[in-house]
Design a protein around this ligand. Structure first.
Ligand SMILES: C[S@@+](CC[C@H](N)C(=O)[O-])C[C@H]1O[C@@H](n2cnc3c(N)ncnc32)[C@H](O)[C@@H]1O
Length: 384
């Protein structure tokens, strides 16, 4: 399909991924082989649009706008869950007395308005590109700093490089060839600020539903979404895995990265991931592991790498067994990598302590508590 986009100077673009949003909008991704750009075009009436010519109009944004997601869930027959989520999201974001949330909302409301579109860059940055003045850019930079610490990324907003604590693009590179995303509906449990959701969308996912109960990360997503285009189907709901019903069976792909060891009931976490998938759906599980033969588990006495909430670090064989016991088949270990201080480090956008401070000085193979230093495994499996 070829569109003649008036606002891009009449450039002819091949849209390999094009959806209509009712009668009034088209969104599609354009890929030049290296990078993917998302465009949202609002037209007066697609059916009357001559010669596939569409004109973009400004799209109005607002905070915590999940109507399109709830509509999609209802259409897919998940009415009850949609209503539960709607109520839970309202409760999670209407808190009075959460001082930070009020500040973040205020900062968000006062962000400068700029037009841009999303681009997944070959260097791993999720970017929003567009023309802005030097003055607007400087204002935006100082506004973005109000949403620190930025942990997952990197992002690039109008040329402002958000150098996040984590090089999440390295994890994405380890993952991208092992997950089937084209036209798939994806659930990302513990998605942080939605960085992977944008990457998955750019890689062809139809829709990404992220869950993360930590409101700062939800707000960071709202910031990116505001500039990327709030009709793009990458939502981050301010909720945890406990919002998942037992037998939801709604998603083609479910992702859980960096969550398992934070759950005091890891088996229940895996059961809820399994229940979220349709028949033959794919799971992507990423977790801390111990580098040990056989089925073993490390349960730290207290903190692990200064983290209070690490309960259960299995060996790779143990993760595979847990997956089989909780209903998964075709379990594959696709990567095991030790985290380095190049992948996780303090930056101007995350000024607190980072991995270098969590390891034993002079012995980077041990955490500060004397446990094996972080190693992460990435597995895939299927629900049959
Ligand atoms: C280590 S981070 C991983 C973020 C991202 N998935 C990644 O791999 O970079 C863990 C995330 O899980 C979220 N989280 C904690 N408890 C959760 C729960 N019960 N359900 C869903 N997410 C949870 C945290 O807020 C945090 O953003």
């Amino acid at each position: 399909m070829q569109f003649n986009i008036i606002e891009t100077g009449g450039r002819k673009l091949n849209a390999w991924h094009c959806y209509t949003h009712g009668r009034n909008a088209l969104r599609f991704a354009v890929c030049d082989g290296l990078t993917t750009e998302w465009f949202l075009f609002v037209v007066r009436d697609i059916t009357k649009s001559p010669h596939n010519t569409v004109r973009s109009l400004p799209v109005k944004t607002s905070l915590f706008k999940y109507d399109a997601l709830f509509g999609w869930l209802r259409e897919a027959g998940h009415d009850e869950w949609a209503s539960e989520l709607q109520q839970a999201c309202r409760q999670a974001t209407d808190i009075t007395g959460h001082g930070n949330l009020e500040d973040w909302k205020h900062c968000w409301q006062n962000l400068p308005d700029m037009g841009g579109h999303l681009k997944a860059r070959a260097d791993g940055r999720v970017a929003v590109v567009g023309q802005v003045s030097a003055e607007a850019k400087s204002q935006l930079r100082s506004d973005l700093l109000n949403f620190r610490p930025w942990r997952k990324g990197p992002f690039d907003l109008f040329g402002i490089h958000i150098d996040t604590e984590w090089r999440s693009d390295w994890k994405w590179n380890r993952l991208r060839d092992h997950v089937e995303l084209r036209d798939r509906n994806v659930l990302d449990v513990g998605c942080g600020n939605g960085y992977f959701g944008w990457q998955m969308l750019a890689a062809g996912a139809r829709r990404v539903v992220g869950l993360d109960p930590f409101l700062l990360f939800v707000m960071q997503h709202e910031v990116i979404r505001r500039y990327a285009g709030d009709s793009l189907p990458n939502d981050v709901l301010p909720l945890g895995d406990n919002c998942l019903p037992q037998r939801l069976q709604a998603f083609d792909v479910t992702v859980s990265m960096g969550v398992l060891y934070h759950r005091s009931s890891p088996i229940e976490h895996l059961q809820s991931l399994c229940g979220s998938l349709k028949h033959d759906g794919q799971l992507v599980l990423e977790t801390l592991v111990i580098d040990a033969a056989g089925e073993q588990v490390l349960m730290p006495e207290g903190r692990y790498a200064k983290m209070r909430n690490v309960w259960f670090i299995p060996s790779v064989d143990m993760v595979a067994k847990l997956l089989r016991r909780t209903g998964f088949q075709e379990v594959k270990v696709v990567d095991v990598t030790a985290t380095t201080t190049l992948e996780q480090r303090s930056t101007d956008w995350m000024t607190f302590e980072s991995l270098a401070d969590f390891l034993t000085p002079g012995d980077l193979s041990k955490t500060i508590e004397g446990y094996p230093a972080p190693v992460r495994a990435l597995l895939t499996a299927r629900r049959k």
